[in-house]
Design a protein around this ligand. Structure first.
Ligand code: AGP
Length: 612
């Protein structure tokens, strides 16, 4: 996510702002910038690290005791100097920093272009500051009123801070969907995305609530109003947390934080792409290549690791919803196999980092043979994204933990929307089914929230199995890739050997492994093959294996057989991976913590495998 820091008070702003940006570097970013006001507004920004920004301003005027600063995690527009924040208004008297996604920025931008405005960047943020100034000038209102009117026109998520040359004693901050914290110091205010830049100056903080706008003035006055002009009383909290835990928003590890971010990250991956009420699924990033997908004779999915598991879910989704044959390939195998590639093939590359060497090489090979490349990445402007003809960003926010969690569920969400969009256009999904599916996927973030409440139960379960030496994960249909992913999560962070298999594959060998020392996790939510999953469970029980079963809430048959039951909310078969994965992520996490493993940076692993 982007990082926001702002200051107004008696002290020089720059040192406070730059230190604050360093504090926020852990959030992941690709560019940085600062705007300072000392009579005139000075704005400096650059692609790259905060240290690049420090070099850039070394010989510049950085005086002033009011300023805003930002580290950008690109969501709209490549990471480069132009797209970095802050962004000026047309008159260059206003500047803004923003964390979030403005879904209707394209509509707002075309209206502003029709009114004669031009834009430097292709960000949604620059559109907002142009809109604010346009309102201020044309409706002859003050800055606060202009911000209020503008935010009533915005659809999406924002945490913003605005600085104005005409209001040298004021900062305006506003929040909806993205966090924003105000530090209340002695005659000074800080504003930040989280408390880490604030804790050095004050422990008194005010958390802005949804659709609230704060007016911070130099005389120490803090006023809060909603965008509907309702007055709100600021509630000052006392910060208790230590800095190290603050960076993880109070979680012990980034991995746990990212597991818990999944209701938001799944919602963000749908934002602007799914309107269940209107029955609309539209992925803007592939619009120009949709016909290639609709007419594809074959889809090849290339990926590695967890992203490859998401690709397997994609295989089931696309074949069920679009009836297009799908092959899922390990990128490392595909690139060296001299594969047969046709010009009407569509290759979907899935990669959280967008930098995985094998996946990048695989799509370059496919592209050289005339295939169409669709990228599903989490990092805007990454190599795989840039090498692709089209694609969709997962918008999961930076994934710091080496073990991928929220990126996996975001990838599956994008694949589901893509398959639904293509299937509905191909006529391979009935209208009633289409509406059933999109309403169900719209409810998934809340169901993930509910599934996360299993955490305590799973922590207790983890104690039972933290010292075992092997684990078997079984699943059928959509749950087979979930079994593989659960096994990978466990082995890569707890170093316990774990294998995932299609449940029916047991009798072809793995059943020889079953004894009372072998715990077996089975995802048993299937409707179509439920009876078969029951027989798989009985096969394991007959050999004294311990069964941990993931079942749909209210299940009875499996409950009577399994040794441990984890109940997840009911959903349609194709969306079970988005829920069944959660308990497996938590089980791996707690076992690894109990084994004293370095959960966020497991031995021998890197977050992005940019070498072969
Ligand atoms: C996932 O937990 C692993 N860290 C790893 O398998 C990862 O999924 C794989 O290296 C692919 O990375 P990518 O998604 O960035 O391409």
């Amino acid at each position: 996510m982007c990082g926001i820091v702002a200051y107004i008070g008696p002290r020089e702003a720059y040192p406070i702002l730059i230190k604050g940006l360093h504090r926020l570097e852990y959030r992941g970013y690709d560019s940085a910038g600062v705007a300072l006001l000392n009579g005139k507004l000075h704005l400096y920004k650059t692609h790259g690290k905060v240290s690049e920004l420090e070099k850039l301003v070394a010989d510049k005027d950085i005086s002033g005791n009011i300023g805003i600063a930002h580290t950008r995690w690109a969501t709209h527009g490549e990471p480069n100097d132009i797209n970095a924040h802050p962004h000026y208004s047309p008159s260059k008297k206003l500047a803004i920093i923003h964390n979030g996604i403005i879904e209707n920025y394209a509509t707002l931008k075309s209206e502003l272009i029709n009114r004669g405005y031009t834009f430097e960047s292709n960000t949604d943020t620059e559109v907002l500051i142009h809109l604010i100034e346009d309102i201020q000038v044309n409706e002859k209102v003050n800055l606060f009123e202009a911000v209020q009117i503008a935010l009533n026109q915005v659809i999406g998520a924002y945490a913003i801070v605005i600085i104005s040359q005409d209001y040298p004693d004021m900062l305006i901050a506003a929040k909806k969907g993205s966090p924003l914290v105000i530090g209340v110091g002695e005659g000074e205010f800080l504003v930040a995305s989280d408390a880490t830049p604030i804790i050095d100056y004050t422990k008194n903080v005010v958390y802005l609530e949804e659709e609230e706008i704060a007016i911070l003035t130099r005389n120490g006055e803090l006023k809060i109003k909603t965008i509907k002009n309702k007055d709100k009383t600021p509630y000052v909290h006392k910060l208790e947390m230590q800095l190290s835990t603050l960076e993880k928003s109070g979680y012990d590890h980034f991995m746990l934080k990212e597991i818990y971010e999944q209701p938001r990250s799944i919602r963000d991956s749908m934002r602007g792409r799914l309107n269940a009420q209107k029955g609309i699924v539209s992925l803007g990033g592939i619009i120009d290549y949709e016909m290639k997908l609709i007419n594809a004779k074959r889809i090849i999915i290339v990926a590695c690791g967890t992203s490859w598991h998401a690709g397997l879910v994609g295989e089931y989704l696309f074949e069920e919803l679009t009836r297009i044959p799908v092959e899922v390939e390990y990128a490392s195998e595909f690139r060296y196999r001299n594969p047969i590639i046709y010009e009407d093939d569509v290759v979907i590359a899935i990669s959280q980092s967008g930098e995985t060497a094998d996946t990048l090489a695989a799509i370059k090979l496919a592209k050289s043979k005339g295939a169409t490349i669709i990228g599903i990445c989490n990092v805007v402007g990454s190599s795989i994204a840039r090498e692709s003809h089209a694609g969709s960003y997962t918008h999961a926010g930076p994934e710091i933990g080496v073990a991928s969690t929220k990126a996996f569920t975001a990838q599956i969400t994008i694949l589901t929307l893509m398959a639904l969009s293509i299937g509905s256009k191909k006529g391979t999904i009935s209208t009633s089914k289409f509406y059933q599916y999109i309403n169900e996927i719209d409810s998934i973030p809340e169901k993930v929230e509910k599934t996360l409440k299993l955490s305590k139960q799973i922590e207790i379960l983890a104690k039972e199995f933290k010292d075992v030496r092997n684990f078997l994960y079984l699943g059928r249909g959509y749950n087979f890739p979930v079994a593989l992913e659960g096994a990978l999560k466990l082995k890569e962070i707890s170093y316990i050997h774990a294998e995932g298999y299609p449940a029916a594959e047991m009798k072809h060998g793995p059943i020889a492994l079953i004894d009372k020392e072998m715990p077996v996790v089975i995802i048993a939510t299937n409707k179509g093959s439920y009876e078969k999953v029951i027989s798989n469970i009985e096969e394991v029980k007959a050999r004294k294996g311990k069964i941990i079963a993931i079942v749909t809430e209210g299940d009875v048959a499996v409950k009577n057989l399994a040794d441990y039951i984890i109940e997840i909310p009911e959903t349609i078969e194709m969306l079970v991976p988005l829920l069944a994965t959660i308990p497996l992520q938590l089980l791996s996490y707690y076992i690894a913590v109990m084994r004293g493993c370095d959960v966020d940076m497991p031995r021998n692993l890197a977050k992005s495998v940019t070498v072969e």
